[in-house]
Design a protein around this ligand. Structure first.
Ligand SMILES: [Zn+2]
Length: 780
């Protein structure tokens, strides 16, 4: 008896010591993720995962590369020790199921696939923290990893045995510290809980989650090259936070529209999984859950996996004030697209009655949802793999006569860049046999034309980016247009000015070389001859377009300056060179931002005083002097309204203030015509595109109160009179803009103001209009 007790004590001591070896987040951070007013730094997060890796045989942790600002970009792989010992084998299973051509002759593929499905695991990628003010998810990543590493519950064992979890604690590590530094600095001040006054990704801010087909940023590239394209996850759980005043949690299905190239099996997969998670959480007593609302599945810019065999399960938990609690009254809750948080409905409920909402609520919703997702992935392992194989099989099937066979991509300035971008997304190209050209009928296409066949694993990804988008004309019960969640067009060939031709099956050619990944996305350096560098206006209120502009310059190694509100209010003037005068800048760019934000900035009292007030009257005067003394001011998109209003230019924005029922262009590709007599249009074809998104449309006026006569205005680009201005996306009220100006230059004193009524360098994608933008920096 005594021996038995000793043995039992010994056994429990061994078990206890095995348990204590796994560090809890609090052991490393000094607090538990979810505690009020506590944020972890990125080095603490990395430290925690390193210790977990050392302590647990269920976790391996690696650095995949470096972020934009030089931090480690990391991933933990979590599964049973037996699975972790055979990761290469599981990768091979994935690789063959993703591309059934690798399974050999068609007749035997299903049989081979069945064997692989029996062996394989559900691959689940969990991504946190792409939006750094949404702090709950990177904190939750440590809670999720700890439970998976330490728990011996049967449910956790089942997850570890049946899934391989790829956990990315943050898709934007730089932002973790940007937000923490600001939060800690303002803690206990009236500005506690505010968003930091800088982009939380150095170049793209919130748009870092709009980069999943253009792949411009290193974080996107690392995720795609080293995770997605290596593992082809069946499920991607992307954990976000939304505003504070709507539902407590959004889960899929997404609201309409779904982009037509997303396979039906993907839609079924996220619908089944999201609805099941929501139902389970409701059963457990969670309130305020919505599905099928607010977030659509239209753009590949947020959903790489939808075109690569995996479902994306976006979750959006309501935010607090960064890490500070808040109290919401029931009647403060506000409707969003598709539901009213004050009313129970088929896709919303049960109603949350308001009250305190804090970080631990956020981490509780997030971790609960994540473990339910993992339960489903484990319990339905075979169905997930079966679905994955079915998607791959559908993608590579032989196209029937009359079906789309592929696209011919003609040679042009940006052809290489377009192909490189698609190659990053796993797309293969075919070049004709040496000495031959592709033919359409009897006509030979120019040498250098490349074929992208649809019968390849990621043909649908290519198709989505090469065809035009016909965004559906969605209206609510009152007939008002329903806003898309983001933008409505993603035709990369139009954005890059590359001609493509669809061809139908059967299409005959002499097969040559098929290739994919041997192309690179490195930008060529660009020099502005001997001109002094331009300056970019940097509002205290962060603007994504300002970041993108810096990225375009930095990636080309182009020098530039940055001018803030403070410098411009201080009244620095800029002179043409003359004896004894130092030139600073000839050109200032004001990126896309609302006119009022540029002028007024943060409201007094909403942020520390040194950040409020915008350009103000003094800044406007400095800019006016700058132009009158010979400078060039370039205003992009909405910033043009600022110049028209503040400099009293003889121009009117004809779509200003129009209700959406009359005019609406929420991110679309339009056609414009250039007047080739202006140097600004050098290297651009007469017919080109404009990325329009809340864009002004100009008309020259004869306003007697204008600061300069109408004859000082030169119209460089117009919307065509005789054609629908819409090329891709959604446009309401197109007739209103026919014949109106999209790009003008206004002489003012010795200088000029160039107004772009569109975004010529939209998210570093609209290469077709880069020449207009670059010429504006240099040409006179
Ligand atoms: Zn987000």
């Amino acid at each position: 008896m005594r021996t038995l007790i000793v043995t039992l004590l010994l056994l429990s001591a061994i078990a206890a010591s095995a348990q204590t070896k796994i560090p809890a987040p609090a052991d490393v951070l000094g607090f538990t993720p979810g505690d009020d007013r506590k944020l972890a730094s990125w080095s603490q997060v990395v430290d925690y995962f390193q210790r977990l890796d050392q302590a647990s045989d269920r976790v391996t942790f690696e650095t995949l590369g470096q972020t934009t600002m030089g931090q480690p970009f990391v991933m933990a792989t979590i599964s049973s020790p037996a699975n972790l010992a055979h990761l290469d084998d599981f990768r091979k299973v994935q690789d063959q199921l993703a591309d059934p051509r690798k399974l050999g002759p068609i007749a035997t593929r299903d049989r081979k696939a069945a064997e692989l499905i029996r062996q394989g695991k559900t691959i689940v990628l969990i991504t946190c923290g792409i939006h750094s003010t949404e702090v709950g998810s990177y904190l939750s990543s440590m809670l999720i990893a700890h439970r998976l590493a330490s728990s011996n519950e049967p449910a956790i064992q089942k997850i570890l045995d049946n899934t391989i979890i790829l956990l990315v604690p943050s898709l934007n590590p730089d932002g973790v510290d940007i937000v923490k530094n600001w939060y800690d600095k303002t803690l206990g001040t009236p500005f506690e809980g505010t968003d930091p006054p800088e982009l939380y990704h150095k170049y793209t801010g919130h748009d870092n989650n709009r980069d999943w087909y253009a792949f411009t940023q290193v974080e996107t590239q690392l995720t795609v090259d080293k995770i997605h394209n290596v593992w082809h996850p069946q499920i991607v759980h992307d954990i976000h936070q939304q505003g504070s005043f709507g539902s407590r949690l959004f889960l899929p299905p997404y609201m309409a529209p779904v982009e037509p190239n997303v396979p039906k099996a993907i839609v079924q997969g996220y619908t089944e999984l999201g609805n099941w998670m929501a139902a389970q959480m409701r059963t457990q007593g969670f309130q305020g859950i919505t599905t099928d609302s607010t977030y659509d599945a239209w753009t590949p810019s947020r959903a790489y996996s939808h075109y690569h065999g995996g479902v994306r399960v976006l979750s959006e938990t309501a935010s607090a004030r960064i890490a500070s609690p808040m109290t919401l009254k029931f009647d403060e809750l506000r409707s969003r697209e598709g539901y009213d948080p004050q009313k129970e409905s088929p896709n919303f409920g049960p109603v949350w009655r308001g009250g305190e909402w804090k970080l631990s609520d956020i981490t509780k919703y997030m971790t609960t949802a994540a473990f339910l997702l993992l339960d489903h992935a484990a319990a339905n392992r075979e169905q997930w793999l079966q679905r994955f194989y079915a998607i791959g099989k559908g993608a590579v099937r032989t196209r029937r006569p009359g079906e789309l066979f592929g696209y011919l991509v003609e040679p042009s300035e940006n052809q290489h860049f377009l192909l490189s971008t698609l190659a990053k997304g796993g797309v293969e190209f075919t070049r004709p046999k040496e000495g031959t050209n592709f033919k359409l009928g009897t006509r030979a296409l120019p040498s250098g034309t490349v074929l992208i066949r649809m019968d390849q694993p990621y043909g649908a990804f290519a198709k989505a980016l090469l065809e035009v988008q016909h965004y559906p004309n969605l209206r609510d019960a009152e007939g008002h247009p329903i806003a898309p969640y983001d933008v409505t067009a993603h035709t990369l060939s139009l954005l890059m000015g590359v001609a493509v031709r669809p061809v139908k099956a059967p299409f005959r050619y002499s097969p040559g070389i098929t290739s994919g990944s041997d192309l690179s996305l490195i930008e060529e350096s660009f020099s502005l001859t001997d001109e002094p560098p331009p300056a970019i206006y940097h509002s205290a209120v962060p603007a994504n377009d300002e970041g993108w502009t810096r990225w375009i310059f930095d990636s080309r190694k182009m020098p530039y300056g940055v001018l803030g509100d403070k410098e411009l209010r201080a009244g620095i003037t800029f002179y043409k060179p003359s004896a004894g005068v130092t030139i600073k800048y000839f050109t200032i760019i004001i990126p896309d931002q609302p006119a009022r934000t540029i002028l007024e900035g943060y409201r007094a009292g909403s942020m520390p005083p040194e950040l409020t007030g915008g350009l103000g009257e003094k800044g406007v005067n400095t800019l006016r002097d700058f132009v009158e003394q010979g400078g060039t001011l370039i205003c992009l998109n909405r910033a043009s309204n600022f110049a028209i209003e503040q400099f009293k230019l003889p121009l009117r924005n004809v779509v200003a203030g129009l209700p959406r029922t009359e005019f609406y262009v929420p991110g679309s590709i339009l056609r414009i015509k250039l007047d080739g007599t202006y140097p600004l249009t050098f290297e651009s074809p007469e017919d080109t595109i404009a990325w329009a998104e809340d864009s002004p449309v100009f008309e020259v006026t004869n306003d007697p109160n204008a600061s300069v006569p109408a004859s000082n205005v030169h119209v460089i680009a117009t919307y065509p009179v005789d054609k629908d201005p819409l090329l891709s996306g959604w446009l309401l009220g197109g007739d209103l803009i026919k014949g109106k100006a999209a790009l003008v230059e206004v002489e003012m004193g010795k200088g000029r103001v160039i107004l772009f009524g569109f975004r010529p360098q939209y998210r570093a994608q609209s290469r077709a209009t880069y020449p207009l933008f670059f010429n504006a920096l240099t040409s006179k």
